[in-house]
Design a protein around this ligand. Sequence first.
Ligand code: GDP
Ligand code: IMO
Ligand code: MG
Length: 423
Amino acid sequence: MSVTVVVGGQWGDEGKGKVVDILSEKSDIVVRYQGGANAGHTIQISGKKYVLHLIPSGILWDNVICVIGNGVVIDPVALLDEIKFLENNGISVKGRLFISQNAHLIMPYHKLIDSLNETGALKIGTTGKGIGPAYIDKYARKGIRIIDLLNRESLEQKIRRNLDEKNTLLKNIYHHTEMNVETIVNQYLEFDRQIDEYIKDVPTYLNKAIAEGKSVLLEGAQGSLLDVDFGTYPYVTSSSPTSGGACTGTGIPPNRISNVVAIVKAYTTRVGEGPFPTELLDETGELLRKTGFEFGATTGRPRRCGWFDAFLVRYSCMINGTNSVALTKLDVLDVLDEIKVCTGYKYNGKLLNAYPTDCDILANVEPVYETLPGWKSDTSKCLSYNDLPQNARDYIRFISEAAGMTTGMISVGPNREQTFYPG
Ligand code: GDP
Ligand code: IMO
Ligand code: MG
């Protein structure tokens, strides 16, 4: 029996899809525990690319059960599209995809309000998938859950109550046309017909599976610095991507978690607004974006790129209780003559001893860098740690020590086989 949590160790897009797919080979069950279709997890197999938004990244292994936990906010349109995409590619989800009855639904008004909120100077740069507004309703105890789809009468009542409020907002605050209750109710009843077979009592199912000795992988979305509590608030997502969220988002108790793996990119990226101390706004940043193909898997937006931030990763490892790190995209650094690593921040001329949680401070810190020599050779064909050039091994050793992380898996390309372990 093992229960492993996989988290993003930075600002998302670290390569969770690739790593979860690989770890799924030896897992029985893979569970998503938070976020929604704001995630874009890429898996590449023999050059074919699969981008998953809601369905766990274990789905490509036909013996693996995939579960969407209560902590996820589900957009049925996105879910059904994804099921169709997989089935068109010969991957059947029937009998091995389950959805928590307690998961909340993203409603059309959530997506609309998300995009209407994103105008003006205070925008977060969200994915526009309705995530924030859906979690607002969840915590305001107004949300519509999967289980609500089973009762037509109360579903209609709940949607009507919500729309009364949202339409007032749409009309008076956003000066937008109002939404129609009947259209939404009929649309969601149709969804129920299509997803009924997947609905499950997930906590009971997962705890029984663990008691029977099954191996479970809990797949985080987004990244630790996008966590609503521990991230660069307010430039965060509205859920808990860190390892703590894996318990509340599934019903698996903390004393069942055996291992936490953080996925960390060999440099740093971020999408959307918010402070990014090691960001490169020059041609090196552009080179990383081009070489690493750093464009959002969900929105297509160019990702902001910068140097590896060991101070940030040390903080993220602390928050997550990380046992080991999977280091990804090392190959992207192949082209560089020199590589900088941020080991700490100075603020008002003084070295900070703890990661700042105030965005005004973060926006004004001065990163302290060490410069390491590049290796200027192709690592994407390396088959083992010993195949890596000495400078690449020195880089891994340096960042591991600086961030206080134990580097396990190393990834040098998007494909499954471009992966090995040190030593
Ligand atoms: P996720 O959200 O954490 O799953 O990451 P994304 O899928 O959004 O972004 C990671 C991107 O990097 C995807 O296009 C992956 O195919 C790709 N990728 C993953 N690992 C590696 C790697 O080691 N090297 C390279 N060059 N690309 C990688
Ligand atoms: P994966 O799982 C990177 C970012 C958005 C925005 C902020 C809030 O693929 O790593 P939201 O739509 O969640 O309200 O947006 O969070 N964001 C991500 N950035 N990867 C993601 O997911 C992200 N999901 C949300 O860009 O800055
Ligand atoms: Mg992504």
